[in-house]
Design a protein around this ligand. Structure first.
Ligand code: PLP
Length: 502
């Protein structure tokens, strides 16, 4: 009230004078100083990443700090940042560290982080519209087409990651092959039930997609793999013929370019021929391997990828974009738009102005969309695609280097052939039964994590449990892999002798 009167504003009878509130700070100068501090700390955080543990367990008081009640009133950004410096930043998942090789993810990058920051500062909604960020979104999609050799006439959309990119591809495949207007009538109206095919090594997101698309898990046929963990083409042909004979409608082959387990790449040329002969949609799950197409020494491994009807690309893996960003590419742009476009009246385009450009939300399930393109665009501009290609070659060479170390170490055993950057192996001293071997390897893996030395994961390949190193990391050096082998031998010895003396 006092503040109001001091501002000399007229009072309106019956209306309680009041200042409007805002989220903007009272003092932009203080914000500037704190922001500079945050940037300085962030630079140090990344510069010193190698000197920190890959991961560490959170103390109880840190865990408890995330149980505070909903704040009812505010606090200074300084105090909030101080809190994060104590309970958030020291406890990462670990994937920015040079010795993080679990599952399969990228290592993020500083320029990409600036991109995310600037995207949030501009704050644009990429649902579409006539503005610069929308053009950049389309440009990054076009760059993804170029990197995989897809034609410019194809369409595409940036999504949250590989799982969503696969869902988009499989949705268009289902609609294109249904033989009816499945959007209008639903899957129940499809005359002969659709079957999709992938190898027994395909990613779990395809199952989720089949379930969400109403086709069900059983309609996703798992085809056995050969010794190299690639889809067995003979078994695939047999399954297709049997399904046709039984009244099903074979609709789509999901090829995997880079399996999660071992990095196996299905024979894309042969699958493209088969899909053409059998009139099937060819979707390539290229979350790991599509970008091998930009790596000069290894591009031959994904020959044929550009013959796909749709491809899932995952820039937060081998382009190391900060989470999240995936990209779905569809050769038939009309089929892509036809699978998703709905234009309610409140979103009708206008002849001029903000709504005069095509809506980007017509190519997927989201309406509001984040500005994911900027982080990818900035890092590609900074380094150029050739450097990203060389880094992919470097990771693949490191995978083969590690598998050489394993082969020359009698206590270690390769469990699957190393194809690209994923190495499956186990610690295997003589005379230990399978079950005990599994427990021993899991113990080694957990001790490596808990000591903050390295992060690996584990899996089972053709029935054998193993440790798994996936090198999708531009900070990894060969001496990190030397250290890993040394530590595993030491830990294995420790665990074994402790269990023998117990
Ligand atoms: C990572 C991955 C996915 C899922 O991608 P997200 O980005 O994690 O959603 C799908 N398929 C394969 C082969 C993958 O490696």
């Amino acid at each position: 009230m006092e503040k109001y009167e001091a501002a000399g504003l007229p009072s309106i009878p019956g209306i309680r004078p009041q200042f409007e509130e805002t989220l903007d700070p009272d003092d932009w100068t203080a914000v500037r100083a704190l922001s500079h501090q945050i940037i300085d700390d962030a630079v140090d955080y990344l510069r010193d990443v190698r000197s920190r543990p890959v991961w560490r367990a959170m103390p109880e008081e840190v865990k408890a700090s995330f149980e505070q009640a909903l704040p009812r009133s505010g606090a200074s950004v300084e105090s909030i940042y101080h809190e994060l410096a104590g309970n958030l930043l020291p406890f990462p998942l670990g994937n920015v560290h040079p010795r993080f090789w679990s599952w399969y993810m990228g290592a993020s990058n500083f320029t990409g982080a600036l991109g995310d920051f600037l995207a949030a500062i501009q704050g644009s909604n990429l649902g579409g519209g006539n503005h610069a960020a929308a053009l950049m979104d389309q440009q990054v999609v076009n760059w993804c087409k170029e990197m995989t050799g897809f034609p410019v006439s194809a369409s595409g959309t940036l999504v949250s990651g590989g799982s969503m990119a696969n869902l988009i591809g499989l949705t268009v495949a289902r609609n294109a092959k249904a033989g009816i207007d499945v959007r209008e009538h639903g899957v129940a109206a499809i005359e002969r039930p659709l079957c999709f095919y992938g190898s027994d090594q395909m990613h779990s997101c395809h199952r989720k997609a089949m379930e969400a698309l109403g086709m069900g898990n059983r309609a996703l046929r798992r085809i056995p793999t050969d010794a190299e963990l690639r889809i067995d083409l003979v078994a695939l042909r047999v399954a297709i013929a049997e399904d046709r004979a039984a009244g099903f409608q074979p609709a789509c082959v999901i090829a995997t370019a880079g399996t999660v387990n071992t990095g196996a790449i299905d024979d894309l040329m042969a699958l493209a021929d088969l899909a053409a002969e059998e009139n099937l949609w060819l979707h390539v799950d290229g979350c790991i391997g599509a970008l091998v197409a930009i790596a000069p020494d290894n591009a031959y491994r994904v020959a044929g990828i550009a013959r796909a009807d749709s491809i899932a690309v995952d820039p937060h893996k081998w382009l190391h974009a900060p989470f999240e960003v995936g990209c779905a590419l569809v050769r038939d742009a009309a089929a892509h738009r036809g699978a998703f476009a709905v234009t309610p009246e409140y979103l009708e385009p206008t002849p001029r102005g903000i709504a005069s450009a095509p809506w980007l939300y017509e190519y997927g399930l989201q309406t509001s969309r984040g500005f994911r393109a900027l982080k990818v665009w900035m890092a590609l501009k900074e380094h150029g695609v050739e450097k990203f290609g060389r880094l992919i070659d470097q990771n693949i060479a490191q995978g083969h280097y590690l598998s050489g170390l394993i082969e020359s170490e009698p206590l270690l055993e390769l469990v699957a052939p190393t194809n690209i950057n994923i190495v499956c192996f186990r610690y295997h001293p003589k005379g230990i039964a399978e079950e005990a071997l599994k427990a021993l390897n899991i113990e080694i893996m957990l001790r490596l994590q808990e000591a903050g030395i390295a992060a690996l994961s584990d899996t089972t390949v053709h029935g054998a449990h193993c440790l798994r190193v996936a090198i999708c990391n531009y900070r990894t050096r060969r001496d990190d892999l030397d250290l890993l082998v040394k530590e595993i031998i030491q830990l294995g010895h420790q665990v074994l002798s402790a269990s023998r003396s117990a």
